[in-house]
Design a protein around this ligand. Structure first.
Ligand SMILES: Nc1nc2c(ncn2[C@@H]2O[C@H](COP(=O)(O)OP(=O)(O)OP(=O)(O)O)[C@@H](O)[C@H]2O)c(=O)[nH]1
Ligand SMILES: [Mg+2]
Length: 672
């Protein structure tokens, strides 16, 4: 992005009132985003109920929006979930904001957990700051934390504050630009104090490091440094602001969200480094002038209001009642602290909830003419699945309607109607994700639901060719039943399916009865001697006899079925299980762990290599029986700080023998 645009925009912006900006709080699970959200809102004077200490807090499972003003500037804050199972919400939120704050913990060994979100921000070109939270627990050097995090960031992380320590830990900080020292005060702005003499050197080092990074981005600044010209705080500040707005540096701040330490300092960094929404729109390729334009980033079905689409307004104004293609805005709401306030129109930069945008999916860019573009962020592939069924079959229709809404609200869920097992399967991002989805589904539909592990579509085949003769002869009263068939039952190549051939000569079985024999053979193959569909099977009608009065379609069907049942059992039946091609992604330090997990699950490792474009991550490829995949994600995550993931696709059917086959058959018998 050209630097001129950024600065000229700032100058223009200074004269008029600032446009509403938006920030997303992102970062690994449990790093303190919700605590920071509450602290930021409180520091801006917004009414907010704080959930207090650890006891009152629960894992965030969806994004939350709050509105407030800091020093007169309007802001929307989007608190995102950190759990990988709810990453879709975070990806969607990032599409709607000008800047993100990556909230992380100070321990360097946790740096790896920040890697995925840094990667996403870098790839999507979203400017971001880093907030090292829980800094009161910092025991080592903040430099080490930064160095560990830097490995996962494309852009330089620049330390904006140096921690000030006393016997009982971090008590304040020195601002590296202004060179002023501050002491934290709980729930209040920090107090300006005299910089402790022993901090001068460390602060000087940090300042030098910061200036060096800035000089990398500006030749004028570089010249000044080489000529050893003294730089004023104002000058450094301007460079910092420009680079931060463009997203080419990552300012790093420290604090303790729970005690409001460092939170006003973060607010100021956001105020200066947060790009104007028009700049963000430009980054996204949206012209600043033109008809109203908005983008949805969350869809909810609220109990009373009906469908609500959270949207960022890229070009305003959007008025209540305005048409957008085939749909019309049926109410505009601002969300503050869980409450909805109805407003008449929304301006560029605002985040609002729009009611009744029927037919508009999450992520869509929408203008008066209708949808212009679809979601520009990824939907993660499913890694976990459970079946869903109503307790009472008569509620099937009701459930299906509720399921479709559920998936509209959360596109990282998926619905599969398994034609082979007859099950309705809900797929998603993990156990917690699916359980939360079932809770919501139960509440929304009022139904009691049953769920369980989905069945794997096992098959069976035969290994031996047999010839089987069967004769039906029944005399009941006057009219009898007669049919006689001789079938050749033989194995075919893997993947050939089922084939019926007629080789009858001389009208031993009249033409009109032959289709009945074929149908009966195919029907019999639907459930073989082991209880599963028989595949890769050829059946040939070789010969037979008939009776001019007593033969019929029915009689030939019955005879063919008898021949199949007897013949298949003698043809050395064997169980076939689906084998999937699995691709596991882990940080390289966990590659051996991933291989061990796959091997324990009867996997055959094909190899591993660095994941393209992901330095420090490997992709392990393996062939693994599908039946072993159900809870793979749970083990993988618990063994890799939550970072492991996988994708899979059907590869082939393989014969299952011995103990594995016994287990499968045992499970299938009990499950059915
Ligand atoms: N020591 C310390 N603990 C904190 C601080 N901020 C938050 N916590 C604790 O960290 C835990 C997680 O806090 P949350 O604010 O819920 O974290 P989160 O990032 O929103 O979590 P998810 O949304 O589930 O990813 C809670 O037990 C908080 O009390 C902090 O500054 N210092
Ligand atoms: Mg949270």
């Amino acid at each position: 992005m050209p630097a001129q645009t950024a600065s000229s925009d700032n100058e223009a912006g200074a004269a008029e009132a600032a446009r509403p900006r938006a920030v997303a709080l992102v970062g690994p699970y449990g790093s303190g985003k919700t605590s920071l959200f509450e602290s930021l809102m409180a520091a801006a004077g917004a009414p907010i109920r704080r959930s207090g200490d650890a006891k009152g807090r629960t894992m965030s499972m969806e994004l939350t929006v709050g509105h407030c003003r800091f020093k007169g500037d309007p802001w929307s804050i989007v608190d995102c979930p950190g759990s990988i199972e709810f990453c879709y919400e975070t990806s969607a939120a990032l599409t709607a904001v000008d800047i993100a704050v990556v909230v992380c913990e100070p321990a360097p060994e946790r740096a790896l957990t920040v890697a995925p979100i840094l990667k996403e921000l870098d790839e999507r070109g979203i400017p971001h700051l880093l907030f090292v939270n829980k800094v009161e627990t910092l025991s080592g050097r903040v430099r080490d934390t930064l160095a560990a995090l830097q490995q996962h960031s494309k852009y330089p992380l620049v330390l904006r504050q140096v921690p000030m320590r006393e016997a009982d830990g971090v008590v304040g900080y020195v601002d590296v630009v202004s060179e002023r020292a501050y002491r934290y005060r709980k729930g209040e702005a920090s107090e300006l104090v005299k910089m402790p003499a022993q901090m001068r050197d460390r602060e000087g080092e940090a300042r030098e490091a910061l200036v060096e990074v800035l000089a990398d981005h500006d030749d004028g600044l570089l010249e000044k440094i080489l000529e050893e010209v003294e730089l004023s705080p104002g000058e450094i500040f301007e460079h910092l602001r420009k680079d931060q707005q463009e997203g080419t540096i990552v300012e790093t701040l420290l604090g303790t969200a729970q005690l409001d330490h460092g939170v006003r300092r973060l607010w100021k960094a956001l105020r200066h480094g947060g790009p104007d929404p028009l700049l963000t729109a430009e980054r996204r390729g949206i012209e600043p002038a033109g008809e109203p334009l908005l983008q949805t980033f969350k869809t909810v079905y609220a109990a009373h209001a009906g469908k609500l689409s959270y949207a960022r307004i890229w070009r305003g104004p959007v008025r209540d009642g305005s048409g957008f293609g085939a749909t019309r805005v049926g109410g505009i709401y601002r969300m503050t602290g869980g409450e909805m306030t109805k407003i008449a129109q929304a301006e560029a930069g605002e985040i609002v909830a729009l009611a009744r945008l029927e037919g508009v999916a999450t992520g869509v860019v929408l203008g008066p003419g209708g949808p212009i573009a679809g979601a520009d962020f990824p939907t993660p592939p499913p890694v976990y699945a459970l079946t869903v069924a109503p307790h009472d079959r008569k509620d099937d229709v009701k459930l299906s309607a509720a399921l479709h809404r559920l998936i509209e609200e959360d596109p990282s869920l998926g619905l599969v109607q398994d034609r082979e097992t007859g099950e309705t399967v809900l797929t998603g991002q993990g156990e917690i994700h699916l359980n939360a989805a079932f809770d919501r589904l139960g509440r929304a539909s009022g139904l009691t639901l049953a769920t369980r592990t989905p069945q794997v579509a096992f098959k069976e085949t035969i290994r031996r060719s047999v010839q089987q003769h069967a004769r039906l002869k029944r005399q009941t009263g006057g009219h009898g039943q007669f049919a006689d068939v001789k079938l050749a039952i033989e194995p075919l190549g893997r993947g050939d399916g089922f084939r019926f051939t007629d080789k009858v000569v001389g009208g031993a079985v009249p033409r009109q009865y032959i289709p009945a024999v074929g149908e009966a053979a195919a029907e019999a193959a639907r459930k073989g001697p082991l209880g599963f569909p028989v595949v890769d099977l050829g059946v040939t009608l070789l010969d037979g006899t008939y009776h001019s009065v007593d033969s019929s379609d029915m009689a030939f069907k019955t005879a063919a079925r008898m021949a199949m049942t007897e013949g298949l059992a003698k043809a050395d039946p064997v169980l076939l299980e689906p084998i999937d091609h699995v691709s596991v992604r882990v940080p390289t330090s966990y590659t051996p762990t991933a291989q061990r997990i796959l091997t324990t699950r009867r996997g055959q490792i094909l190899g591993y290599a660095e994941k393209p474009g992901w330095s420090g991550w490997d992709e392990v490829e393996a062939l693994v029986p599908a039946v072993e995949l159900h809870d793979l994600i749970i083990e993988l995550r618990s063994a890799s700080m939550g970072l492991g993931s996988y994708t899979h696709r059907f590869d082939h059917l393989a014969e299952a023998r011995g103990r594995a086959a016994e287990r499968i058959q045992h499970a299938a018998l009990n499950g059915k």
